[in-house]
Design a protein around this ligand. Structure first.
Ligand code: PEP
Length: 251
């Protein structure tokens, strides 16, 4: 039985006071970690404060990106070791906004996934097709290529611990959600790719989230699908009440 992971990706939103207020509001109310993993994926400057605030609670804190190198002349970047040092547990890698606007590639996502394991961070690896690729019937092959590239050269034990977030790009921040059936079909197809790539044990263990305009009104249906193991949520994760309804749905 796979445990669901509900992660709220704040993107470049909130000021420090709003961020700390949010964590104060939700940290005592999220379900127990044994039932569902509840994660706030916050901007870098807030991470040390939020990690301390959430310490000893069932709320976990994640980062939205990192570099794959350990240290060095990479102005403006944050290393995996820095995140680990702060007590961050999860890191989102290869979000479509980073692939589109910040030249993230399948190769850098793979390097970052390896770096995450080296520093005991749980990688949430984002994959997903554009509207045009879906129209052209290429959605499955595009996602297959992204999944295989991200998992390249990981051990089977590591593959089990990856979280893949299937996020069709046309559904992110648009209010358009994939139907629960379509989202589940793609998550099942990703599991099949993992099966071919790494075998049945990793394929059964790996968690696959859906992301793309998930909100309290549609989360139950999405989370009840056989191959969907959680959600990566942007807009609807910004308000405490809404975030709490989402994590409840993951139980
Ligand atoms: C996201 O940021 O990964 C996302 C899915 O955003 P939204 O829920 O707003 O579509």
């Amino acid at each position: 039985m796979r445990k669901q992971v509900i992660a709220g990706n704040w993107k470049m939103n909130k000021l420090m006071g709003e961020a700390t207020q949010f964590v104060d509001d939700v940290k005592g109310q999220v379900p127990s970690y044994d039932q569902v993993e509840s994660v706030v994926v916050a901007p870098f400057p807030y991470l040390p404060t939020l990690v301390q605030q959430a310490e000893g609670t069932d709320l976990k804190i994640g980062a939205q990106n990192m570099h794959f190198e350990e240290s060095g002349a990479f102005t403006g970047e944050v290393s995996p070791e820095m995140l680990k040092d702060l007590g961050v547990t999860y890191v989102v890698l290869g979000h479509s906004e980073r692939r589109e606007m910040f030249a993230e590639t399948d190769e850098t996502v793979n390097k970052k996934t390896h770096a995450a394991f080296k520093h005991n961070l749980v990688p949430i690896v984002c994959v997903g097709e554009t509207d045009e690729q879906r129209e052209n019937g290429e959605a499955e092959s595009v996602v297959e290529t992204q999944v295989k590239a991200a998992l390249k050269d990981l051990t089977n034990e590591q593959v089990k611990d990856v979280i893949i977030a299937y996020e069709p790009i046309w559904a992110i921040g648009t209010g358009k959600t994939a139907t629960a059936e379509d989202a589940n079909a793609m998550c099942a197809s990703i599991r099949k790719v993992v099966n071919e790539f790494a075998g049945s044990e990793p394929a059964e263990a790996i968690r696959i989230q859906y992301g793309g305009s998930v909100k309290p009104a549609n989360v139950d249906e999405l989370m009840s699908q056989s191959d969907i193991d959680g959600a990566l949520v942007g807009g609807a994760s910004l308000q405490p009440d809404s975030f709490l309804s989402l994590v409840e749905a993951g139980k």
